[in-house]
Write a protein that binds this ligand. Sequence first.
Ligand code: FAD
Length: 354
Amino acid sequence: MAEPLDAVVVGGGQAGLAAGYFLRRSGLSFAILDAGEAPGGAWRHAWDSLTLFSPAQWSSLPGWPMPVPPDGGYPPRDAVIAYLTAYEARYALPVRRPVRVAAIGGAGAALRVEAAGGSAWTARAVISATGTWAHPFVPDVPGRDAFAGIQVHSAAYRRPEDFAGLRVLVVGGGNSGAQILAEVSRAAARATWVTERAPVFLPDEVDGRVLFERATARWQAEREGRPPPPVEGGLGDVVAVAPVREARARGALGSLRPFARLEADAAVWADGTRIAADAILWCTGFRPALGHLTPLGLVQPDGRVAVGPAGRALAEPRLWLLGYGDWTGAASATLAGITRAARNAVQQVVQALG
Ligand code: FAD
Protein backbone atom coordinates (compact mmCIF):
# COMPACT_ATOMS: atom_id res chain seq x y z
CA MET A 1 0.00 0.00 0.00
CA ALA A 2 1.30 3.43 -0.90
CA GLU A 3 0.91 6.19 1.71
CA PRO A 4 -1.03 9.08 0.15
CA LEU A 5 0.38 12.59 0.72
CA ASP A 6 -0.14 16.00 -0.86
CA ALA A 7 3.57 16.40 -1.56
CA VAL A 8 6.80 14.42 -1.36
CA VAL A 9 10.24 16.03 -1.33
CA VAL A 10 12.99 13.70 -2.52
CA GLY A 11 16.30 14.63 -0.87
CA GLY A 12 16.91 16.14 2.56
CA GLY A 13 19.92 18.38 1.92
CA GLN A 14 19.73 22.16 2.12
CA ALA A 15 17.31 22.36 -0.85
CA GLY A 16 14.95 19.71 0.55
CA LEU A 17 14.93 21.37 3.98
CA ALA A 18 14.17 24.80 2.51
CA ALA A 19 11.25 23.28 0.59
CA GLY A 20 10.13 21.61 3.83
CA TYR A 21 10.16 24.96 5.66
CA PHE A 22 7.66 26.47 3.19
CA LEU A 23 5.58 23.28 2.86
CA ARG A 24 5.17 23.14 6.64
CA ARG A 25 3.69 26.65 6.61
CA SER A 26 1.35 25.70 3.75
CA GLY A 27 -0.56 23.11 5.80
CA LEU A 28 -0.16 20.45 3.07
CA SER A 29 0.66 16.89 4.15
CA PHE A 30 4.19 15.99 3.07
CA ALA A 31 7.33 13.96 3.78
CA ILE A 32 10.99 14.52 2.98
CA LEU A 33 12.65 11.26 1.88
CA ASP A 34 16.41 11.33 2.23
CA ALA A 35 18.94 8.65 1.30
CA GLY A 36 21.53 9.98 3.77
CA GLU A 37 22.23 8.09 7.01
CA ALA A 38 22.15 11.40 8.93
CA PRO A 39 21.34 15.08 8.27
CA GLY A 40 23.66 17.33 6.24
CA GLY A 41 23.19 16.35 2.58
CA ALA A 42 26.34 16.67 0.49
CA TRP A 43 28.19 18.44 3.29
CA ARG A 44 28.55 15.09 5.09
CA HIS A 45 30.75 13.90 2.25
CA ALA A 46 32.85 17.03 1.78
CA TRP A 47 36.58 16.99 2.49
CA ASP A 48 37.81 17.81 6.00
CA SER A 49 39.06 21.36 5.37
CA LEU A 50 36.14 22.57 3.22
CA THR A 51 34.69 25.87 4.40
CA LEU A 52 31.87 27.91 2.92
CA PHE A 53 32.95 30.70 0.63
CA SER A 54 30.28 33.00 2.07
CA PRO A 55 30.06 34.30 5.64
CA ALA A 56 27.38 32.72 7.85
CA GLN A 57 25.11 35.78 7.51
CA TRP A 58 24.93 35.00 3.78
CA SER A 59 24.45 31.27 4.14
CA SER A 60 21.14 30.92 5.91
CA LEU A 61 18.09 28.86 5.14
CA PRO A 62 14.65 30.49 5.50
CA GLY A 63 13.55 31.45 9.00
CA TRP A 64 16.68 30.84 11.07
CA PRO A 65 20.09 32.49 10.45
CA MET A 66 23.17 30.29 10.48
CA PRO A 67 25.13 30.93 13.70
CA VAL A 68 28.26 33.06 13.13
CA PRO A 69 31.43 31.07 14.03
CA PRO A 70 33.37 32.37 17.06
CA ASP A 71 36.15 33.79 14.83
CA GLY A 72 33.58 35.51 12.60
CA GLY A 73 35.06 33.80 9.53
CA TYR A 74 33.65 31.45 6.91
CA PRO A 75 31.87 28.46 8.52
CA PRO A 76 33.68 25.11 8.19
CA ARG A 77 32.02 21.94 6.88
CA ASP A 78 31.11 20.63 10.33
CA ALA A 79 29.38 23.90 11.26
CA VAL A 80 27.19 23.59 8.14
CA ILE A 81 26.30 19.99 9.06
CA ALA A 82 25.49 21.08 12.63
CA TYR A 83 23.31 23.91 11.29
CA LEU A 84 21.36 21.65 8.91
CA THR A 85 20.93 19.07 11.70
CA ALA A 86 19.57 21.68 14.12
CA TYR A 87 17.45 23.27 11.39
CA GLU A 88 15.41 20.19 10.64
CA ALA A 89 14.90 19.54 14.37
CA ARG A 90 13.96 23.18 15.04
CA TYR A 91 11.15 23.07 12.47
CA ALA A 92 10.26 19.43 13.20
CA LEU A 93 10.56 18.68 9.49
CA PRO A 94 9.17 15.24 8.58
CA VAL A 95 12.41 13.79 7.25
CA ARG A 96 12.51 10.03 6.80
CA ARG A 97 15.94 8.45 6.42
CA PRO A 98 17.64 6.54 5.17
CA VAL A 99 15.10 6.26 2.34
CA ARG A 100 16.53 6.06 -1.19
CA VAL A 101 13.89 6.78 -3.80
CA ALA A 102 14.44 4.35 -6.65
CA ALA A 103 11.67 5.32 -9.05
CA ILE A 104 8.92 7.86 -9.64
CA GLY A 105 6.15 7.14 -12.07
CA GLY A 106 2.62 8.22 -12.92
CA ALA A 107 -0.32 6.87 -10.88
CA GLY A 108 -3.52 8.48 -12.09
CA ALA A 109 -3.79 12.04 -10.83
CA ALA A 110 -0.78 11.54 -8.57
CA LEU A 111 2.82 10.44 -8.86
CA ARG A 112 3.95 7.19 -7.26
CA VAL A 113 7.24 7.40 -5.33
CA GLU A 114 8.96 4.07 -4.69
CA ALA A 115 11.82 3.55 -2.28
CA ALA A 116 14.59 1.01 -2.76
CA GLY A 117 13.37 -0.88 0.34
CA GLY A 118 9.86 -1.38 -1.06
CA SER A 119 7.97 1.45 0.70
CA ALA A 120 5.85 3.65 -1.54
CA TRP A 121 3.99 6.95 -1.44
CA THR A 122 1.60 8.70 -3.77
CA ALA A 123 1.79 12.46 -4.02
CA ARG A 124 -0.04 15.10 -6.00
CA ALA A 125 3.22 17.04 -6.17
CA VAL A 126 6.83 15.88 -6.01
CA ILE A 127 9.80 18.18 -5.45
CA SER A 128 13.03 16.52 -6.51
CA ALA A 129 15.98 17.93 -4.53
CA THR A 130 18.59 15.19 -4.78
CA GLY A 131 21.55 17.45 -5.58
CA THR A 132 24.56 16.37 -7.59
CA TRP A 133 26.99 14.85 -5.09
CA ALA A 134 25.67 11.33 -5.71
CA HIS A 135 26.55 11.59 -9.40
CA PRO A 136 30.25 12.45 -9.82
CA PHE A 137 31.48 13.00 -13.36
CA VAL A 138 34.83 11.74 -14.67
CA PRO A 139 35.74 12.42 -18.31
CA ASP A 140 36.27 9.45 -20.55
CA VAL A 141 40.01 9.95 -21.14
CA PRO A 142 41.67 7.30 -23.33
CA GLY A 143 43.65 4.85 -21.18
CA ARG A 144 41.85 5.75 -17.95
CA ASP A 145 41.31 2.11 -17.07
CA ALA A 146 44.96 1.30 -17.82
CA PHE A 147 46.23 3.78 -15.22
CA ALA A 148 47.60 1.63 -12.38
CA GLY A 149 47.75 4.31 -9.69
CA ILE A 150 45.09 5.73 -7.39
CA GLN A 151 42.07 7.51 -8.91
CA VAL A 152 39.80 9.51 -6.61
CA HIS A 153 36.99 11.91 -7.45
CA SER A 154 36.65 15.04 -5.30
CA ALA A 155 33.39 13.49 -4.03
CA ALA A 156 35.49 10.94 -2.16
CA TYR A 157 38.57 13.08 -1.37
CA ARG A 158 39.15 13.62 2.38
CA ARG A 159 42.56 15.04 3.31
CA PRO A 160 45.99 15.83 1.79
CA GLU A 161 47.87 13.37 4.03
CA ASP A 162 46.35 10.53 1.98
CA PHE A 163 48.58 11.73 -0.91
CA ALA A 164 51.78 12.35 1.08
CA GLY A 165 54.89 11.70 -0.98
CA LEU A 166 52.95 10.84 -4.16
CA ARG A 167 53.16 12.40 -7.61
CA VAL A 168 49.64 13.71 -8.10
CA LEU A 169 47.65 15.05 -11.04
CA VAL A 170 44.77 17.32 -9.97
CA VAL A 171 42.36 17.53 -12.90
CA GLY A 172 39.73 20.30 -13.04
CA GLY A 173 39.86 24.09 -12.88
CA GLY A 174 36.92 24.98 -10.64
CA ASN A 175 36.77 25.64 -6.91
CA SER A 176 37.18 21.98 -5.95
CA GLY A 177 40.30 21.64 -8.11
CA ALA A 178 41.84 24.87 -6.81
CA GLN A 179 41.14 24.14 -3.15
CA ILE A 180 42.30 20.52 -3.31
CA LEU A 181 45.43 21.45 -5.29
CA ALA A 182 46.20 24.15 -2.71
CA GLU A 183 46.42 21.63 0.13
CA VAL A 184 47.60 18.52 -1.73
CA SER A 185 50.55 20.47 -3.17
CA ARG A 186 51.89 20.82 0.38
CA ALA A 187 51.85 17.07 1.08
CA ALA A 188 52.54 15.50 -2.32
CA ALA A 189 55.98 14.88 -3.81
CA ARG A 190 54.68 16.83 -6.83
CA ALA A 191 51.26 18.18 -7.74
CA THR A 192 50.41 19.07 -11.36
CA TRP A 193 47.21 20.99 -12.08
CA VAL A 194 45.49 20.06 -15.34
CA THR A 195 42.63 22.30 -16.47
CA GLU A 196 40.53 22.62 -19.62
CA ARG A 197 41.53 26.26 -19.98
CA ALA A 198 43.50 28.71 -17.85
CA PRO A 199 41.59 28.90 -14.53
CA VAL A 200 39.70 32.13 -13.88
CA PHE A 201 40.46 33.60 -10.44
CA LEU A 202 38.02 36.05 -8.94
CA PRO A 203 39.53 39.15 -7.35
CA ASP A 204 40.52 38.57 -3.70
CA GLU A 205 37.67 40.71 -2.37
CA VAL A 206 35.01 38.67 -4.25
CA ASP A 207 33.45 35.85 -2.24
CA GLY A 208 30.22 33.85 -2.39
CA ARG A 209 28.32 36.88 -1.12
CA VAL A 210 29.31 38.94 -4.16
CA LEU A 211 28.46 36.07 -6.51
CA PHE A 212 25.03 35.84 -4.90
CA GLU A 213 24.46 39.60 -5.31
CA ARG A 214 25.35 39.26 -8.99
CA ALA A 215 22.97 36.33 -9.44
CA THR A 216 20.24 38.39 -7.76
CA ALA A 217 20.88 41.34 -10.07
CA ARG A 218 20.59 39.04 -13.10
CA TRP A 219 17.38 37.52 -11.72
CA GLN A 220 15.82 40.94 -11.05
CA ALA A 221 16.74 42.16 -14.54
CA GLU A 222 15.10 39.06 -16.05
CA ARG A 223 11.92 39.59 -14.03
CA GLU A 224 11.71 43.24 -15.05
CA GLY A 225 12.46 42.49 -18.71
CA ARG A 226 15.73 44.48 -18.63
CA PRO A 227 18.90 43.20 -20.30
CA PRO A 228 20.95 41.29 -17.71
CA PRO A 229 24.04 43.08 -16.32
CA PRO A 230 27.33 41.84 -17.82
CA VAL A 231 28.51 38.57 -16.30
CA GLU A 232 31.57 39.29 -14.14
CA GLY A 233 32.31 35.83 -12.88
CA GLY A 234 30.21 32.85 -11.95
CA LEU A 235 30.15 30.10 -9.37
CA GLY A 236 32.51 28.11 -11.58
CA ASP A 237 35.25 30.70 -11.23
CA VAL A 238 37.79 30.25 -8.46
CA VAL A 239 37.10 32.10 -5.23
CA ALA A 240 40.38 33.23 -3.66
CA VAL A 241 39.79 31.62 -0.25
CA ALA A 242 42.75 31.75 2.17
CA PRO A 243 44.35 28.38 1.19
CA VAL A 244 44.14 29.32 -2.51
CA ARG A 245 45.80 32.70 -1.83
CA GLU A 246 48.52 30.91 0.16
CA ALA A 247 49.12 28.46 -2.71
CA ARG A 248 49.26 31.35 -5.16
CA ALA A 249 51.92 33.07 -3.02
CA ARG A 250 53.90 29.77 -3.06
CA GLY A 251 53.70 29.67 -6.86
CA ALA A 252 51.74 26.39 -6.74
CA LEU A 253 48.85 27.38 -9.02
CA GLY A 254 50.44 26.90 -12.45
CA SER A 255 48.36 24.74 -14.76
CA LEU A 256 48.62 22.64 -17.93
CA ARG A 257 45.92 21.97 -20.55
CA PRO A 258 44.44 18.44 -20.73
CA PHE A 259 46.58 15.40 -21.53
CA ALA A 260 45.69 13.22 -24.51
CA ARG A 261 45.82 9.83 -22.76
CA LEU A 262 46.79 7.93 -19.67
CA GLU A 263 49.26 5.06 -19.41
CA ALA A 264 49.87 2.75 -16.45
CA ASP A 265 52.11 5.25 -14.67
CA ALA A 266 51.83 8.55 -16.50
CA ALA A 267 49.79 11.11 -18.37
CA VAL A 268 50.84 11.79 -21.95
CA TRP A 269 50.16 15.00 -23.90
CA ALA A 270 49.60 15.31 -27.66
CA ASP A 271 53.10 16.80 -28.11
CA GLY A 272 54.66 13.76 -26.42
CA THR A 273 55.18 15.36 -23.00
CA ARG A 274 54.93 12.65 -20.34
CA ILE A 275 54.40 13.27 -16.63
CA ALA A 276 54.73 10.30 -14.29
CA ALA A 277 51.97 10.03 -11.72
CA ASP A 278 50.99 7.85 -8.76
CA ALA A 279 47.53 9.34 -8.26
CA ILE A 280 44.86 11.31 -10.10
CA LEU A 281 42.37 13.50 -8.30
CA TRP A 282 39.41 14.09 -10.57
CA CYS A 283 37.87 17.46 -9.65
CA THR A 284 35.73 17.33 -12.74
CA GLY A 285 32.35 18.09 -11.29
CA PHE A 286 29.01 16.43 -10.95
CA ARG A 287 25.80 15.81 -12.86
CA PRO A 288 22.29 16.08 -11.40
CA ALA A 289 21.41 12.88 -9.49
CA LEU A 290 18.18 12.10 -11.35
CA GLY A 291 18.18 8.32 -11.71
CA HIS A 292 14.87 8.13 -9.80
CA LEU A 293 13.18 10.12 -12.59
CA THR A 294 14.14 7.64 -15.33
CA PRO A 295 10.65 6.03 -15.52
CA LEU A 296 9.14 9.44 -16.35
CA GLY A 297 11.38 9.72 -19.42
CA LEU A 298 12.17 13.37 -18.74
CA VAL A 299 15.93 13.36 -18.32
CA GLN A 300 17.63 14.92 -21.36
CA PRO A 301 21.01 13.89 -22.79
CA ASP A 302 22.63 16.80 -20.88
CA GLY A 303 21.43 15.16 -17.66
CA ARG A 304 18.83 17.85 -16.88
CA VAL A 305 15.06 18.06 -17.11
CA ALA A 306 13.42 20.89 -19.10
CA VAL A 307 11.79 23.20 -16.54
CA GLY A 308 9.74 26.38 -16.57
CA PRO A 309 9.52 29.11 -13.94
CA ALA A 310 10.00 27.90 -10.34
CA GLY A 311 11.58 24.67 -11.62
CA ARG A 312 8.36 22.97 -12.71
CA ALA A 313 8.98 20.21 -15.23
CA LEU A 314 7.54 21.29 -18.58
CA ALA A 315 6.43 17.77 -19.51
CA GLU A 316 5.23 16.68 -16.03
CA PRO A 317 3.15 19.31 -14.18
CA ARG A 318 3.23 17.30 -10.92
CA LEU A 319 7.03 17.54 -10.66
CA TRP A 320 9.37 20.37 -9.56
CA LEU A 321 13.19 20.33 -9.56
CA LEU A 322 15.00 22.31 -6.92
CA GLY A 323 18.60 23.14 -6.04
CA TYR A 324 20.63 21.53 -8.84
CA GLY A 325 22.05 24.71 -10.33
CA ASP A 326 21.04 27.97 -11.97
CA TRP A 327 18.80 26.06 -14.39
CA THR A 328 16.40 25.46 -11.46
CA GLY A 329 16.59 29.05 -10.16
CA ALA A 330 19.34 31.66 -9.84
CA ALA A 331 21.96 30.51 -7.28
CA SER A 332 19.63 27.69 -6.17
CA ALA A 333 22.58 25.36 -5.53
CA THR A 334 23.72 27.65 -2.70
CA LEU A 335 22.49 28.21 0.83
CA ALA A 336 22.07 31.90 0.01
CA GLY A 337 19.99 31.27 -3.09
CA ILE A 338 17.84 28.32 -2.09
CA THR A 339 15.29 30.33 -0.08
CA ARG A 340 14.01 32.18 -3.13
CA ALA A 341 13.92 29.06 -5.32
CA ALA A 342 12.17 26.97 -2.64
CA ARG A 343 9.62 29.68 -1.92
CA ASN A 344 8.80 29.98 -5.62
CA ALA A 345 8.46 26.21 -6.05
CA VAL A 346 6.26 25.72 -2.98
CA GLN A 347 4.05 28.70 -3.91
CA GLN A 348 3.42 27.01 -7.25
CA VAL A 349 2.78 23.64 -5.60
CA VAL A 350 0.19 25.24 -3.30
CA GLN A 351 -1.50 26.94 -6.27
CA ALA A 352 -1.46 23.75 -8.32
CA LEU A 353 -2.99 21.66 -5.53
CA GLY A 354 -5.69 24.28 -5.02
P1 FAD B 1 22.66 17.84 -1.47
O1 FAD B 1 23.30 18.59 -0.37
O2 FAD B 1 23.51 16.93 -2.29
O3 FAD B 1 21.46 17.00 -0.82
C1 FAD B 1 20.76 16.05 -1.57
C2 FAD B 1 20.26 14.99 -0.63
O4 FAD B 1 19.47 14.10 -1.41
C3 FAD B 1 21.35 14.15 0.01
O5 FAD B 1 21.12 14.02 1.39
C4 FAD B 1 21.24 12.79 -0.69
O6 FAD B 1 21.54 11.71 0.17
C5 FAD B 1 19.78 12.78 -1.06
N1 FAD B 1 19.46 11.93 -2.22
C6 FAD B 1 20.14 11.81 -3.40
N2 FAD B 1 19.51 10.92 -4.21
C7 FAD B 1 18.42 10.49 -3.52
C8 FAD B 1 17.37 9.57 -3.81
N3 FAD B 1 17.31 8.91 -4.96
N4 FAD B 1 16.41 9.36 -2.86
C9 FAD B 1 16.44 10.02 -1.67
N5 FAD B 1 17.43 10.90 -1.36
C10 FAD B 1 18.40 11.13 -2.26
N6 FAD B 1 27.27 25.94 -1.30
C11 FAD B 1 26.98 27.06 -0.60
O7 FAD B 1 25.81 27.36 -0.38
N7 FAD B 1 27.97 27.87 -0.11
C12 FAD B 1 29.28 27.58 -0.30
O8 FAD B 1 30.13 28.32 0.16
C13 FAD B 1 29.61 26.40 -1.03
N8 FAD B 1 30.90 26.07 -1.25
C14 FAD B 1 31.18 24.96 -1.98
C15 FAD B 1 32.53 24.67 -2.23
C16 FAD B 1 32.88 23.58 -2.99
C17 FAD B 1 34.33 23.31 -3.28
C18 FAD B 1 31.85 22.72 -3.47
C19 FAD B 1 32.21 21.50 -4.27
C20 FAD B 1 30.51 22.99 -3.21
C21 FAD B 1 30.17 24.13 -2.49
N9 FAD B 1 28.85 24.47 -2.25
C22 FAD B 1 28.55 25.60 -1.54
C23 FAD B 1 27.74 23.71 -2.88
C24 FAD B 1 27.00 22.80 -1.96
O9 FAD B 1 27.85 21.85 -1.35
C25 FAD B 1 25.94 22.03 -2.78
O10 FAD B 1 25.58 22.78 -3.88
C26 FAD B 1 24.73 21.78 -1.91
O11 FAD B 1 25.03 20.82 -0.92
C27 FAD B 1 23.53 21.33 -2.75
O12 FAD B 1 22.42 21.15 -1.88
P2 FAD B 1 21.23 20.20 -2.28
O13 FAD B 1 20.32 20.15 -1.12
O14 FAD B 1 20.72 20.62 -3.60
O15 FAD B 1 21.91 18.78 -2.51
